[in-house]
Design a protein around this ligand. Structure first.
Ligand code: HEC
Length: 155
């Protein structure tokens, strides 16, 4: 009886350690510039960077639409960066990303959804600019903290 309790405690510890390693810590090292480098395969890095360029393209499209007072265009580009358009990355990639890194994605996607709601509703230009400023701060916070490196290569 006591042995089985002990075994359960040990097992729970092993599972917790595994979960920590896989879902909290991620696969990282320290970059030459001091940022935390998330270690990925070349394909995974390409995948993440392609998504990143998509985010920036939508920010560009959003601002171009805002400049013309085209609130439907603003809403469309904001939605493109929102939760509904977000595809979960493969589990293998998720486990390499530290939990804090993944957690920054949520306020970013919800921030864009919020902009879409504003554009579809009252459509106040200044409110949208303020909200966009706040969302872009999530981008810059993550960029200041993390970089992506390819496992086994200098870059
Ligand atoms: C959760 C973290 C995170 C968030 C949030 C984030 N990025 Fe990134 N992004 C990265 C990392 C890491 C890189 C690689 C940077 C490096 O290696 O210096 C990157 C790279 C990029 C690149 C370069 C792409 C390339 O081809 O090299 C662009 C453009 C970019 N991000 C745009 C954005 C925009 C716009 C937002 C916000 C709307 C954003 N990112 C939000 C982590 C993030």
């Amino acid at each position: 009886m006591r042995l089985s309790i002990l075994l359960n405690i040990v097992l729970a510890g092993v599972i917790a350690a595994g979960a920590y390693l896989f879902f909290v810590k991620g696969k990282t090292s320290v970059s030459t510039d001091g940022r935390t480098a998330v270690m990925l395969t070349a394909e995974e890095r390409d995948h993440v960077l392609t998504d990143m360029r998509g985010l920036l393209e939508n920010v560009q499209g959003l601002l171009a639409a805002l400049g013309k007072g085209d609130m439907q265009g603003v809403a469309q580009h904001a939605r493109n960066n929102g939760f509904s358009n977000h595809k979960m990355p493969p589990v293998s990639l998720m486990t390499k990303m530290p939990a804090e890194f993944r957690a920054l994605g949520d306020p970013m996607h919800s921030g864009f959804d919020d902009i879409a709601i504003e554009a579809e509703g009252i459509g106040d230009h200044d409110v949208i600019v303020q909200k966009l400023g706040a969302v872009l701060q999530v981008c810059t916070t993550c960029h200041a903290t993390y970089t992506l490196k390819v496992e086994g290569s200098g870059n």
